[in-house]
Design a protein around this ligand. Sequence first.
Ligand code: SF4
Length: 499
Amino acid sequence: MFESFYNGRVLVVDLEKGTTREEPLEEELVKQYLGGAALNTALFEKNADFDPLIIGCGPLTASFAPGSCLGVMTARSPLSHQIVHVPLTWQTAVETKLSGFDFLVFLGKAPEPVHLWLHDEIADINSSSGIEEKDVWEVTDFLRQEYGDESIQVLCIGPAGAKGSLASRVSENYWGSKDKFALGAVWGEKRVKAIASRGLGFFALPDEVFPKAMGLKGLLLEGKIKGKRGSLEILDSLGADEKAKGILEKFSHRHNACFNCPFACNDFLMIEEDPAVRQRSEKEEPGLQLNNLSDLLTLSPFGEDSLKLLKKALKLSLDPTFCGLIIGKKGLSVSSAVEELDRLAREGGELRKEDLPHFSGVSPWPGELKIESSLTQALGAFSNAIPPRPVIASDNEFSISADPVERAHWWMMREGMAYVLGICPQLALISPELTAEDMVDLVKVGSGWEELSVSRLEEIVRSMIVSSLKSKEGKEDIHPSLKPEGFDEALAKLKERFA
Ligand code: SF4
């Protein structure tokens, strides 16, 4: 039934034994959880005794649906001790799915550093002993050279992850990720240095799927994103941050889209060349791609030097937002800030101990702190690297009320649907034309599963969020500066909605 969307294969990697085995992706499991973060949660709970790390795709990942780049990484965050979901955008999850695997389940810890090489429905677990200390850029280059293909997609950690720093994140190729939960430290603990994948497979979709998906993409292109691209549009819609905007205006060279996305939001910032020059740069490291706008927002007080710090943090697999907060509080010069990044990679750091704003990882979105922004971050199930409210589109276009609890509930559900189906959760906040009905319709047409409905999808999403909230150990740990007036009462009401 789901062969148009899934390979039907779960890869279980026993890190302790250094072995892999395949399990069938049962149709009943897909009917119960559909995919993405919800099915990841089920696999996490099934393997809870082995401290699992799960990477999974949604039914629409790697399909023709707009923004269908999404994979989801699920684990217990060492920051919040909660089961959390990190969105993998760009092309890494697409490549994993097309290499023949829908879900990857990592169990236990490897005695020595390893990496996983996925290709042609084959999974090899190989030693990483020679590259454990390498930074993210070196590892990405090394694996592409080692396996002989420049198109290989790499998920990896650098020195900060390998040391288990709570300031670390997992990186998608060279450019960081939307990991705000220190899952880099989880990889370091498990001694998984990287996953390299190259997929040459494809899915035979029923004839009706392609025109429907392309029709939907066309609708989006004529909708809120018409004529728009780049991070500047996002920043403008959220409220101007002049420093960050100035950096984008000066250094932006081009806008890159993730797999099959109609809105190219990733700015490539040219640092070592004139951004106005169009021909391909011959420099080895001409610039960097901005995949996480909150990184730039935190570092932007350093002006043009923020890009130097961002590049260094990306290489070390540090969370630049986390680092920016610590560096900012200490009032360091740029050269001392560079040294501080090395220290954070080596020794880690704690926002709590520094008395800095924190939930589990905080994103400094522009504008006055609103209750719903704090609520969505406090619930902590999904990455706050995605803005906490509609982007470019207005509240009216999403039919959201002014009530902060309703707004936060809307955000959680809208994000959750994207995380389950395999659609970019940022595009979901940008394009009101992308309705739940249309996405469900695509899955129904592709699978022939007539019983699927929006309300069934909402049930799946809700129960996934409930599982994440229940997994939180201990009481709330929220810095007072992140609690606007009325926050505690609003949080209690929101939690009732997910009880
Ligand atoms: S909206 Fe941006 S992050 Fe999302 S898929 Fe499109 S290009 Fe990627």
